[in-house]
Write a protein that binds this ligand. Sequence first.
Ligand code: CTP
Ligand code: MG
Length: 187
Amino acid sequence: MDIPLILAQAFWFMIPAYVANPTAVLFGGGKPMDSGLHLKDGRRLLGDGKTWRGFAGGIFSGMLIGSTQHLSASFAGAGQFAFGSPFQAAFLIFLLPCGALLGDILGSFIKRRAGIERGAKTPGLDQYDFLIGAIILLLAFQTGWFLRIYVLDGAIIGLIFIVLITPPLHRAVNVLGYRLGKKDVPW
Ligand code: CTP
Ligand code: MG
């Protein structure tokens, strides 16, 4: 069991998902995804914090980074850091940011149903919604790959590793976004 390799792969392959969240903030604005819809509970379906521009921009950015990672790993002969065959790579590179932002949307949906205002701090959900979304899509559509990279033969320590580093990473990126004036709140 090559622990440094497991940890490096676990982080490396999650980068397109990690990138989607902050880039959604950079691109965000304009028409909200829920078009202002209120549910019977009197609250918004998702709220003004989830916009089409943010969603598309985040997915695009994650795919751009993922493609760059895949191509550089392939050309450098570092097959263990490539995302697989061209078809599988394209699919994974799409699934990761897409899952991240769907998880983020699900997080907002849950927050609104719980009566939490848009932008309010929600420990746990804020840090993990995107990671959970990415993992659900990987489990559903790339089961074998997910099990190999994040679960089987000791790879579970890679999953534990990303679960542990996600909150501080999330915090650091959000503080940066806040200082740069891209986020209204540092969480
Ligand atoms: N954003 C966006 N579209 C998305 C995700 C994020 O436009 N799909 C932008 C919005 O400007 C949002 C900001 O990124 O305000 C921060 O994202 P996030 O913290 O996820 O949203 P919140 O405003 O905190 O709203 P919520 O309470 O629903 O999470
Ligand atoms: Mg928020």
